[in-house]
Design a protein around this ligand. Structure first.
Ligand SMILES: *Cc1c(COP(=O)(O)O)cnc(C)c1O
Length: 415
């Protein structure tokens, strides 16, 4: 990619972009929410569509000159419908959080009750954390995973729903490695007459490829991010049945946003087109296979994998049994020094703090994009275990760094 114009105008920013490109090339991106968008997606996101105001929706804009913005948004919507099979799609949310905000505003009033998974058990800030708008505007209660098994506690969810009488139940998670039984959660929502909002931010790509069951047609609303496993332009998406189409569209604009980021909508359209190619199914299958291999490898090294494995791109490790003196934050820092980039994460039954939790979370979406296969993942798992066993050992750090360099060189990025 050529940033010659940025370089001519602003060398400081050009340097940072070049450094970031090198960082992505020379490290293993294992942050579960990240991926490497294609050059085509990046190009579309960097296009002159950024200049266009297109408040409204295709065919009904508040400004003149929207004919090509309409083309782009119609393509994004059409392709999203093909990918996920939703009746109605809104591709304008600036982010996944904004998509959730729009759905809440479409059907809830301030003070209404939301039941969602606790953040420390794998939920998301936008599901009602006190530091987030959702926690400040709504009355929020949480369900949990079973701390013994790491699986969702569906019975506890039903019991809490009975007691709390929520107006909406939010499913879909940030750090839950297992398949979600959407029907079971939907039955609970029906029983207490609550809306069911399924937030598939992390697993959009896995759902589109059919390697994870889909909540579309089950939940009342499906929200998501478009830059995680689906690997399209950055932003959010809302899907729903026709009966909620107007409420959702009005909630996105003018409810919670102004003009859409049309360059990002273009990035979504291009990424969705890529995901409609049969090769994307292979990619998504590879993502899950790689995560399973990583989980098995880490378990073979004596690490405690939450829920005993994974059905998705996420591997969550609880360090308390194997490395009681190593926090998730320290593990993250030690791994980063070797070029393995992932994050410290809370685990079910957390006993440290969210700022320095007891676990680490790894994802395989970005490495699979680079062509990593199961053999490579075994190598990566071995390297992670070596670092965790000797986080302060300079010789281990140097050897692992060298192995990371070799893996990166074997899987070039943005050449
Ligand atoms: C990533 C994520 C979001 C949205 O995040 P943004 O950064 O706002 O795009 C929403 N819900 C869940 C469960 C997520 O993991």
């Amino acid at each position: 990619m050529d940033y010659s114009h940025v370089r001519a105008t602003d060398p400081a920013v050009a340097d940072a972009i070049a450094d970031e490109t090198d960082r992505q090339r020379e490290t293993l991106s294992m942050i579960a929410s990240e991926n490497h968008a294609s050059k085509a997606v990046v190009e579309a996101q960097g296009s002159v569509l950024t200049n266009k105001y297109a408040e409204g929706y295709p065919g009904e804009r508040y400004y003149a000159g929207c004919e090509f913005a309409d083309v782009v948004e119609d393509l994004a919507v059409e392709r999203a419908r093909d990918l996920w099979g939703a009746e109605h799609v809104n591709v304008q949310p600036h982010s996944g959080s904004q998509a959730n905000m729009a759905v809440y505003f479409a059907v809830l009033d301030p003070g209404d009750r939301i039941l969602s998974l606790e953040l420390e058990h794998g939920g998301h800030l936008s599901h009602g954390h006190p530091a987030n708008f959702a926690g400040q505007l709504f009355d929020v209660e949480h369900y949990r995973v079973d701390p013994e098994t790491g699986y969702l506690d569906y019975e506890g969810l039903a019991a809490t729903a009975d007691e709390f009488d929520p107006d909406a139940i939010v499913s879909g998670f940030s750090a839950y490695p297992r398949r979600v039984d959407w029907e079971r959660i939907d039955a609970v929502a029906d029983a207490v007459d609550a809306y069911h909002v399924a937030d598939i931010a992390h697993i959009t790509g896995l759902v589109a490829a059919g390697v994870h069951p889909s909540p579309v047609g089950v939940a009342d609303f499906v929200t998501g991010s478009t830059h995680k496993t689906i690997r399209a332009g950055r932003g959010g998406i809302v899907m729903c049945g026709e009966e909620h189409a107007d409420a959702v569209d009005n909630a996105v604009f003018p409810g919670v946003q102004g003009g859409p980021l049309m360059h990002n909508v273009a990035g979504k359209a291009v990424g969705f087109r890529e995901a409609l190619d049969p090769s994307f199914t292979e990619y998504a299958e590879g993502v899950v296979e790689n995560a399973r291999t990583l989980a098995e490898t880490l378990a073979d090294h004596g690490l405690s994998v939450v829920s005993g494995g994974t059905d998705t791109h996420i591997v969550l490790v609880d360090l308390r049994d194997s490395h009681p003196d190593l926090s998730g934050g320290d593990a993250e820092a030690a791994l980063e020094r070797t070029g393995i980039v992932l994050n410290g994460n809370t685990v079910p039954g957390e006993t440290r703090s969210p700022f320095d939790p007891s676990g680490i979370r790894a994802g395989t979406a970005a490495l699979t994009t680079r062509g990593f296969d199961a053999n490579d993942m075994e190598t990566v798992g071995d390297l992670i275990a070596r670092v965790l066993d000797a986080p302060e050992d300079a010789a281990v750090r140097d050897e692992v760094s060298e192995a990371v360099d070799e893996l990166c060189a074997a899987h070039p990025l943005y050449e």
